[in-house]
Design a protein around this ligand. Structure first.
Ligand code: CA
Length: 227
């Protein structure tokens, strides 16, 4: 594989969709490997270091959620799940599968490409030294947070939480996922920890913490940062 191209493994058993995805991702400049079989996908993921895996949930021989569970014990390659039924979404959000994002079928190519770009961007956070959203800016090296010119006093976790929210601006994040991203996979606490820190953050960055416009609550899911 070339040094500059990012590589994506596309796992989808519907031939037309697989070929469409492969074709369009190639056109976007990605190196594509594609398969329609779950077992083969696992072998490929173990043999190669992909930058991203786009993974259908319902697959022959080994389903997508099982593949995520197995891979998460072995590697940190980002994974975007393709899910057919909206009923599966609740399971995916609730079960802490370890996937980085998901797209519900039928989806537009533009939507998928945006998710692919966003996940790949997040996967290389060391390239980012500064995050900005409206009048908020975070200096990730010095760990300083500003609102306009004014430096804000944020605790360690408030800083990490705000950074996670801004990095995923526009995307609904579950409490479980925020807990994993900010507190780590092994943190024994529960999701109320997230709610408490969100409340503290809102008091610092919202005009009116009672009517938040930046960190909005997504009912049944968690929170979304609005730029
Ligand atoms: Ca399928």
């Amino acid at each position: 594989m070339s040094d500059t191209k990012q590589s994506i493994l596309v796992v989808e058993d519907e031939t037309t969709l697989r070929e469409t995805l492969a074709y369009n991702l190639k056109r976007e400049g990605y190196e594509i490997t594609a398969t329609g079989d779950g077992g083969e996908a696992l072998e490929l993921a173990r043999e190669h270091e992909f930058d991203l895996i786009v993974l259908d949930v319902m697959l022959p021989t080994l389903d997508g959620l099982s593949i995520v569970r197995i891979l998460r014990k072995e590697q940190r390659t980002p994974i975007i799940l393709l899910t057919a039924r909206s009923g599966e979404v609740d399971r995916i959000m609730g079960l802490e599968t370890g996937a980085d994002d998901y797209v519900v079928k039928p989806f537009s190519l533009g939507e998928l490409l945006a998710r692919v770009r966003a996940v790949l961007r997040r996967a290389t956070p060391e390239a980012t030294t500064r995050l900005e959203a409206g009048d908020l800016s975070l200096d990730l090296i010095g760990r300083k947070a500003y609102r306009g010119e004014q430096e804000m006093r944020l605790s360690h976790k408030e800083f990490d939480l705000l950074a996670a929210l801004i990095r995923n601006a526009g995307t609904a994040l579950s409490r479980e996922r925020l807990l994993q991203q900010v507190w780590g996979y092994d943190y024994p606490g529960d999701t109320r920890t997230v709610d408490v820190h969100i409340r503290w953050l809102r008091e610092k960055i919202e005009e009116d913490a009672a009517e938040p416009k930046r960190i909005v609550t997504v009912r049944g899911v968690g929170y979304r940062f609005e730029e």
